[in-house]
Write a protein that binds this ligand. Structure first.
Ligand code: FAD
Ligand code: NAD
Length: 467
């Protein structure tokens, strides 16, 4: 009889966990995945990446109609209106198809789904619901949850003060949506409801939106969101929210302190970050202590300090992104199988799926300087890109940050309608150790938005063609 029920038990079936489970099974390991949600796919598929992108897509189509973009191309529809229930049902269909797809992949790869919450009894014994199973290796892939704002009670059912899950499920277009937090969620979901007709005010504690992104990109993003009609209250903090009937009253204060003021809204979205899920895992039983940010620390192979226990995804340090979790899922399974699974954390692209999209990979200009690099920067405006001109989507620019001595690309940042697609090329180039010259001398198809990346790379040497 085998010593353990499973070679690998993965806790959590988000993009980290389900990918780890599938790859482990592909490598011939007997694998189970514990998931307490009714459907597989974690935050990303159920209440994150996928539903938000469905609403972003639908609302973008509406805005193209409502703001006259389609009319410019001769497509005229009078009396356009939004059917929120239909939009939500199309979103639900996409989610159902994709979560069902993971269930299919589990069956195909012979991954056993153990339904229920998992908690450690010891490093190799885990209780999942009422069942107790043993595994030689356990991968913690429990993801993250919304960070609460002290003194602000979220009630997604009532739909007045909501978190991202509630904001993805609204059955009405709010009149005034106040978003607390000018990060990725606030701007994506703020954009959805603004496009559909809400007045949107974003209250951000810092003096600029989108912390962690390149400084010029952050400034340009703020300019564009304002142009689109979002009201931005930077350097401002929310100190309280009270709800009376269907109205919320927020108390705001300057971040640096000072007189408070109030703001009325019929919907408030709390989007101030996410925190790792470790509660209820009974980590004490295996002597594993999260760090002071609540994350589980691992070595570069994703092994924790406890033999046979591994961790990946949002629950460990690093950007909370689905593709980072997925790549770690592949790598951890390969490491468990005795192979060499590696994730290059220096090259993880990030994308904000607004219109235009905002994307970056590698070091920002500020971080490159701080790291001691002497740098050269090349920039190219989308206004001078022929495809953007043709499509009438000329907002934004591409920026390449290269090492002045070696010309090696250190980072690429961009705002462009299809930046989320364009950034893949930059990531691949950086993964291959490209110089700006390598990108500049790579033939790019014409007319494409991607030519702006080539031109920004040419601009590093001061020789772009089209500006
Ligand atoms: P999760 O996806 O959080 O999955 C963890 C799973 O573990 C959950 O299903 C949970 O139920 C389960 N679980 C937890 N504890 C237990 C337990 N004890 N027992 C059993 N099961 C347990 N990222 C992007 O890259 N692109 C995007 O466009 C994007 N959009 C987003 C939009 C929103 C609104 C949100 C909230 C997030 C978005 N993200 C996006 C972030 C992305 O969703 C996360 O980075 C990603 O889901 C992390 O994957 P994970 O596998 O680590 O964890
Ligand atoms: P975030 O960290 O991106 O932004 C939170 C913002 O809230 C920050 O700008 C912060 O300064 C601000 N803030 C914090 N406390 C505040 C306060 N009291 N008052 C006002 N502002 C305050 O977090 P998020 O937008 O909640 O997103 C959570 C995570 O989900 C992110 O780490 C992100 O990686 C991930 N996500 C990714 C995508 C994507 O890849 N497109 C989309 C959505 C979410």
């Amino acid at each position: 009889m085998a010593e353990y029920d499973y070679d690998v038990l993965v806790i959590g079936a988000g993009p980290g966990g389900y990918v780890a489970a599938i790859r482990a099974a592909q490598l011939g390991l007997k694998t189970a995945c514990a998931e307490s949600r009714e459907t597989l796919g974690g935050t990303c598929l159920n209440v994150g990446c996928i539903p938000s992108k469905a609403l972003l897509h639908g609302s973008e189509l509406f805005e193209e109609l409502a703001d006259g973009t389609l009319a410019k191309f001769g497509i005229v529809t009078d009396n356009a209106r939004v059917d929120v229930a239909k939009l939500q049902s199309e979103k639900a269909t996409a989610v159902k198809e994709l979560t069902g797809g993971i269930e299919y992949l589990f069956k195909k790869n012979k991954v056993t789904w153990l339904k229920g919450r998992a908690a450690f009894e010891d490093a190799h014994t885990i209780k999942v619901g009422d069942e107790t199973v043993t595994a030689k290796n356990v991968v913690i892939a429990t993801g993250s949850s919304v960070t609460p704002l002290p003194g602000v009670a979220v009630d997604n059912e009532a739909g007045i003060v909501v978190d991202s899950t509630g904001a993805l499920a609204l059955d009405r277009v709010p009149q005034h949506l106040v978003v607390i937090g000018g990060g990725v969620i606030g701007l994506e979901l703020g954009s959805v409801w603004r496009r559909l007709g809400a007045k949107v005010t974003v209250v951000e504690f810092l003096d600029q939106l989108l912390p962690g992104m390149d400084g010029e990109v952050r400034k340009e993003a703020a300019k564009l969101f304002k142009k689109q009609g979002m009201e931005l209250r930077l350097s401002t903090k929310v100190t309280g929210v009270t709800v009376k009937g269907k109205k919320a009253t927020l108390t705001l204060e300057p971040a640096a302190g000072g007189d408070s003021e109030t703001l009325e809204a019929d919907c408030v979205l709390v989007a101030i970050g996410r925190r790792p899920n470790t509660e209820g895992l009974n980590l004490d039983a295996i002597g594993l202590k999260p760090n002071d940010r609540g994350q589980i620390e691992t070595d570069e192979d994703f092994a924790t300090s406890v033999d046979g226990v591994w961790a990946i995804g949002d629950v460990i340090p690093g950007p909370m992104l689905a593709h980072k979790a997925e790549d770690e899922g592949v790598a951890v399974a390969e490491n468990i199988a005795g192979q060499t699974g590696i994730v290059n954390h220096a090259v993880i692209p990030s994308v904000v799926y607004t219109m235009p999209e905002i994307a970056g990979v590698g070091l920002t200009e500020e971080a490159a300087k701080e790291a001691g690099h002497e740098i050269k920067v090349g920039k190219f405006p989308m206004m001078a890109n022929s495809r953007a001109k043709t499509n009438r989507d000329t907002d934004g620019f591409v920026k390449v940050v290269a090492d002045a001595k070696t010309d090696r690309v250190l980072g690429v940042w961009m705002i462009a309608s299809v930046a989320g697609t364009m950034i893949a090329q930059a990531a691949q180039a950086m993964e291959f150790g490209a110089t700006s010259e390598d990108i500049a001398y790579t033939c790019h198809a014409h007319p494409t938005h991607s030519e702006a990346l080539k031109e920004a790379a040419m601009a590093v040497q001061g020789k772009p063609i089209h500006i």
